[in-house]
Design a protein around this ligand. Structure first.
Ligand code: NAP
Length: 264
């Protein structure tokens, strides 16, 4: 981007906390105009104020993306603003920890709606203008995408979906100038872990979480690089690679040993 060109317009979901909030601040300092969405209007407003105070620009669009039809509603809101987006970052998401039979059915539906349905619908709705502007879709997946994840089975499956979708779209649209990338962090120290309950921190996998800054740096690199898949951290890259050569049943059992909740 030259100093005289208009700022890139970036729509960022999950902007009120954790990875999304930190990424928003880094992107704002790169002369982007940010459209920030999540449910917490107060936290989004405070973030936008910090961005404005630092000389950046941001618009706040509070919304529950787990509500059916929310992606269409957000798309219509962005159209009303008359701001064609250059980059869509699907960061909103949450996880459920514990055996599936213990997961609250209503929360399970919300997770599928947010992690899978809203992400897919937003991508589809914004695709024509992203293609026209040779833009970018960045999806936050997870290392849970690379193997079955017992005790976070449905969450892991949502992230396997996000990774598969991202890589397929990368291949589908790369010749037309659209970049699609998935960033796959392992555990990260954010409110995401608190929302899954205290037990998750006692599992072997969650004992050495990444920092938010490590994930933000990986997202910034992914935005600037042509490849589809970006695993954050050497340990996570090695684990994802070794999963490729392990029989699936054995892999599920090993993964279960890393994720099993502590005995009561
Ligand atoms: N932290 C980890 O260990 C980890 C590891 C791998 C991947 N990830 C992925 O990274 C992404 C960001 O997570 P994080 O770690 O930054 O967690 P976080 O701090 O809990 O942030 C989650 C974001 O999603 C938003 N969100 C949750 N439910 C929503 C809803 N119904 N509608 C709209 N927005 C909603 C939250 O905002 P509101 O509550 O204000 O709505 C928040 O901004 C997620 O996709 C997560 O799956 C996280």
């Amino acid at each position: 981007m030259t100093p005289s060109s208009p700022p890139a317009i970036i729509l960022l979901t999950g902007a009120s906390s954790g990875i999304g909030a930190a990424l928003a601040q880094s992107l704002a300092s790169r002369r982007a105009h940010l459209l920030l969405t999540a449910r917490s209007a107060d936290r989004l407003t405070a973030l936008a104020q910090r961005i404005h105070a630092a000389g950046g620009s941001a618009t706040v669009l509070p919304l529950d993306l787990a509500a059916p039809g929310a992606a269409r509603h957000l798309f219509d809101e962005v159209q009303r603003l008359g701001l064609p987006i250059d980059t869509l970052i699907n960061c909103a998401g949450f996880g459920l920890f514990g055996p599936l039979a213990d997961n609250d059915p209503a929360r399970l539906s919300q997770m599928l709606q947010l992690n899978v349905v809203a992400l897919t619908e937003l991508t589809r709705l914004f695709l024509p203008e992203l293609l026209a502007r040779r833009g970018t879709v960045l999806n936050i997946a997870s290392t849970a995408a690379f193997q079955p994840a017992p005790y976070m089975a449905a969450y892991g499956a949502t992230k396997a979906y996000v990774l598969s979708l991202s890589e397929a779209l990368w291949a589908e649209y790369r010749s037309r100038g659209l970049r699609v990338a998935a960033v796959c962090p392992g555990p990260v120290e954010t409110p995401f872990l608190d929302a899954m309950g205290a037990a998750v921190r006692s599992t072997p996998l969650f004992r050495a979480p990444l920092t938010v800054d490590e994930v933000v740096q990986a997202c910034l690199r992914a935005l600037d690089s042509p490849g589809p898949t970006h695993i954050v951290g050497l340990r996570n890259r090695l684990m994802a690679q070794s999963a490729r050569f392990t029989p699936r049943g054995l892999l599920a059992r090993i993964s279960g040993a890393f994720l099993a909740p502590p005995a009561p």
